[in-house]
Write a protein that binds this ligand. Structure first.
Ligand SMILES: [Zn+2]
Length: 110
């Protein structure tokens, strides 16, 4: 499925609402610094483009405000920034457990 089509899908819209509810509509990154910012976006910690199979995993999704979401992606390349990689480290145990349960012999992701 194309990325744009995914974001239009009912399953994503439903999941997005669920994640925002889980995070009580507060930006998770701002919360780390004791700030309460309304969350407007749900971010894929392991990006949809490279990990489509993780698109709907709760542990791969966090609610963010727009400012913090922009900080997770490089403006030009759209790649995950250092800040975004910190979140990947934080969910590493879930990521590894998922990979263990869903072995894909083809590629290795580090
Ligand atoms: Zn994002």
């Amino acid at each position: 499925m194309m990325v744009n089509d995914f974001y239009k899908s009912t399953s994503w819209k439903r999941k997005r609402k669920k994640i925002l509810r889980r995070d009580v509509y507060v930006c998770r990154e701002s919360r780390r610094y004791g700030k309460t910012e309304p969350a407007t976006t749900v971010h894929h910690i392991y990006p949809l483009e490279f990990y489509p199979e993780l698109a709907l995993e709760d542990w791969n999704l966090i609610s963010l405000c727009e400012k913090q979401h922009n900080a997770m992606h490089d403006r030009v390349t759209h790649e995950i920034t250092e800040l975004g990689r910190q979140w990947q480290e934080r969910v590493r145990p879930q990521f590894e457990e998922w990979m263990e349960n869903n072995k894909r012999g083809d590629t290795q992701h580090s």
